[in-house]
Write a protein of this length. Structure first.
Length: 74
């Protein structure tokens, strides 16, 4: 079963933690553009899973820190 993670969803890579958790920035068919904590990447929905509560909190805190440091572009 393919889980569709829409724009704004908090996700993590299902196969590796090298990216850190992230937030979906864009949707293009089966591909998702994700702002992971360590990278921005375009990945297929099949390798994404919903972020757990601690991962979502991590991303929210990371984005808040970036907003404070660099403005609203995050």
């Amino acid at each position: 079963m393919v889980v569709l993670h829409g724009k704004g969803a908090y996700v993590a890579h299902a196969e590796t933690d090298v990216y850190g958790p992230g937030k979906v920035l864009g949707v293009d068919g089966e591909l998702r553009r994700v702002r992971f904590v360590y990278f921005v990447a375009t990945v297929g929905v099949g390798v994404l899973r919903p972020a757990d509560a601690s991962e979502e909190a991590w991303v929210r805190a990371w984005i808040a820190e970036r907003r404070q440091r660099y403005g609203d572009g995050w």
